[in-house]
Design a protein around this ligand. Structure first.
Ligand SMILES: Cc1cc2nc3c(=O)[nH]c(=O)nc-3n(C[C@H](O)[C@H](O)[C@H](O)COP(=O)(O)OP(=O)(O)OC[C@H]3O[C@@H](n4cnc5c(N)ncnc54)[C@H](O)[C@@H]3O)c2cc1C
Length: 623
């Protein structure tokens, strides 16, 4: 019998899984809100990491160590190691399917530097890497579509998982965004590849489709979330009325420098704990370069974002506002060409030429390290063949890309996300046929009857369209987003976090009073937003509760009252479970798998000695 899989999401993760599964003979329903080429992955600018050659001393093992250290030792080490070991093969595959990576003078793929490393290991296509990768993978999927191995549904949103009597994922319910029609698809397994959740914070560098809603729906259906409290704040974005636009780390990798005017009457705490003068009055103060002489403007994002905020809090931001300069004016034309996209974006939205005047930037919500909890049996685990990588705690439900939690720990290093998306997609594509074979007898049983479930969803639709009340869903969203932005980003403290959670609970009690002006079933955006909003709110609660419970500072999670990492208590993955009976979220912890590298202090003031890898013999190739 032909194997069938539903892949939900057509960004880089979903496309990788769909391509690889379809090539291995599995029939794919590829369902997404946005068309593949408009998925958020298309915005990725800077590049994709892989330690290809060792001519400068780099290696995949070093890549994995720096990724683990970048994530403040919260990432489980076996999956991160395997991702880095597979990275060179992934770059080769991308090259073979036509991704036009920049080349060096010898015609080899060129690599640029990026945050959290002193090696150049980021392959790139000027500053539109995501677009080129999406086009290359989408082309492959289109070929398979031509051969009737893939059937696409665009403009369709996942609204519910279908489970069989044994609680296995067997299909999903979708809603067509054009006419709000609700229908179900059935399969042997389901893959979620629905990306990030920036909209929970209102303005972010993410696209509006990054809501986190699919994962949140699944959360309320029993899927565990892991490390929800770890949200990446990017140091350099342009402020905008509508959203925040990223100025990629690639711009700093190519030599742009962050500065403000110094003030020698003020002092700031340096990373070694000493208080030092804030540069010289009225002179450019390149504070990151002074604080981190080795990594300079390419310290990991959590650190750069905190230093920028600290400088602005001292009143040293441009015009005493929350803004610092990002200066690319000294770069050569040839270099500027490599980062043209973000510079053009800046010119378009700020009406100033960044080649002539320094850009004004500030920190912005950018990425979610946490996500669906997924399993990762390591190569040398005795039960490796009994378990399935990338499978959530719901059997047959796989989760990949930015919507899983697996590879980045407490902070993601730049250019590792695209790698993780493609890698996790390829991993899932290897595991799923094995899962289906192993359960083939039981999966032969008829698909569950979903008539009742569809009727329930139809009733919910009718109710939401026609309910009466005095709440506006966009106002409620704004309230939630402001709370999250103010209290659950760069700096957190328990008082404000608890206050935020209380207020989120109060917002939840007002949802029943939302009234929609538009009651039509054609292109009704406000209905869709109102259907999504309760799930954004639920995810916001999981993020906040995870942050409340973690009394330490690690990577992107910083609490002033607990300013140190506490490995004794919190070298653990947070697990959030939804308790339907009491509509509450429960937090528990699972030890982090640190079998390859002992956690060390995480410093970027100077280079640290890289420890030898332990317990490593071999790895599984995904290609
Ligand atoms: C501006 C910007 C620049 C970046 N640059 C880089 C970079 O240079 N290097 C790097 O490594 N990382 C970068 N990142 C991060 C990286 O781009 C993302 O993490 C990655 O592209 C996410 O891919 P994905 O496939 O997981 O999700 P997405 O690309 O977000 O795809 C999600 C898919 O799911 C669909 N979807 C969502 N919800 C639903 C639903 N409920 N039902 C059905 N479909 C749904 C969407 O329509 C889409 O097709 C950048 C991020 C930003 C914001």
């Amino acid at each position: 019998m032909e194997k069938k899989v539903i892949v939900i999401g057509a960004g880089l993760a979903g496309l990788s899984a769909a391509m690889s599964l379809a090539k291995s003979g599995v029939f794919i329903y590829l369902v997404s809100l946005l068309p593949a080429r408009r998925s958020h992955s298309v915005c990725a600018q800077g590049g994709i990491n892989a330690a290809i050659s060792d001519k400068n001393g780099d290696s995949p093992i070093l890549h994995s160590f720096e990724t683990i250290k970048g994530g403040d030792f919260l990432a489980d080490q076996p999956p991160t190691l395997e991702m880095c070991l597979n990275a060179p093969y992934i770059i080769k595959m991308l090259d073979q399917i036509g991704c036009l990576f920049n080349r060096d003078e010898n015609g080899d793929i060129d690599f640029r530097g990026f945050g959290g490393t002193l090696f150049k290991r980021t392959a790139y296509v000027n500053s539109s890497t995501g677009q080129q990768l999406i086009y290359s993978l989408d082309e492959q999927v289109r070929r398979l579509e031509e051969k009737n191995k893939v059937k696409r549904f665009e403009n369709h949103e996942f609204i519910k998982l279908i489970k069989d009597k044994k609680n296995r994922a067997r299909g999903a319910v979708f809603q067509n965004h054009n006419d709000l029609n609700i229908f179900a698809l059935f399969a042997d397994a389901v893959v979620i590849a629905t990306g990030g959740l920036g909209l929970i914070f209102g303005k972010s560098t993410n696209s509006y489709a990054c809501t986190g809603v699919a994962n949140s729906i699944l959360f309320t259906q029993g899927m565990k979330l892991a490390n929800p409290e770890f949200i990446q704040i990017h140091p350099t974005a342009i402020l905008g009325e509508d959203k925040l636009r990223l100025i990629s780390e690639a711009v700093r990798a190519e030599g742009a420098r962050i500065w403000v005017y110094g003030d020698e009457t003020k002092e700031i705490e340096f990373p070694d704990g000493t208080m030092k003068k804030c540069g010289q009055s009225n002179e450019k103060w390149f504070f990151l370069e002074e604080m981190y002489p080795e990594y300079k403007n390419l310290v990991p994002r959590d650190i750069a974002a905190r230093e920028i905020l600290k400088v602005c809090e001292l009143g040293l931001g441009i015009d005493k506002k929350n803004q610092v300069y990002l200066d690319a004016t000294h770069l050569s034309d040839e270099t500027l060409k490599k980062v043209e996209t973000p510079l053009n974006i800046y010119q378009k939205f700020r009406d100033e030429d960044p080649k002539k005047v320094p850009m004004k930037v500030f920190v912005a919500v950018h990425y979610t390290m946490g996500g669906a909890y997924v399993d990762w049996p390591a190569i040398d685990d005795v039960d490796r063949d009994k378990r399935f990588r990338q499978m959530s705690n719901i059997e047959g439900l796989f989760n990949i890309g930015e919507s899983d939690y697996l590879y980045h720990g407490a902070n993601r290093l730049g250019a590792n996300a695209l790698l993780a998306c493609i890698f996790s997609g390829l991993v899932a594509a290897k595991e799923i046929p094995r899962y289906i074979d192993k359960n083939s007898e039981e999966l032969k049983e008829e698909s569950p009857d979903v008539k009742e479930e569809i009727e329930t969803e139809e009733k919910k639709k009718f109710k939401l369209l026609h309910q009466r009340g005095d709440e506006n869903v966009y106002d409620l969203h704004q309230e939630m987003a402001s709370l999250m932005l103010n209290n659950v980003t760069v700096k957190r403290n328990n008082k404000d976090l608890k206050d935020t959670l209380d207020k989120l609970i109060k917002i939840e009690s007002r949802i029943k009073n939302i009234q929609l002006v538009d009651k039509s079933t054609t292109l009704n955006q406000s209905y869709i937003f109102a259907r999504q909003f309760p799930y954004m709110l639920k995810y916001a609660m999981a993020i906040t509760l995870g942050a409340i419970k973690r009394d330490e500072s690690r990577g992107s999670h910083f609490k002033k009252e607990f300013s140190k990492r506490d490995d004794k208590k919190y070298l653990k993955t947070t697990l959030a479970t939804y308790n339907e009976k009491i509509n509450d979220i429960e937090i528990s912890y699972k030890d982090v798998d640190v079998r390859h590298f002992d956690p060390i202090d995480r410093t970027y003031q100077k280079q640290q000695k890289i420890p030898d890898i332990k317990n490593y013999k071999n790895f599984e190739k995904v290609l």
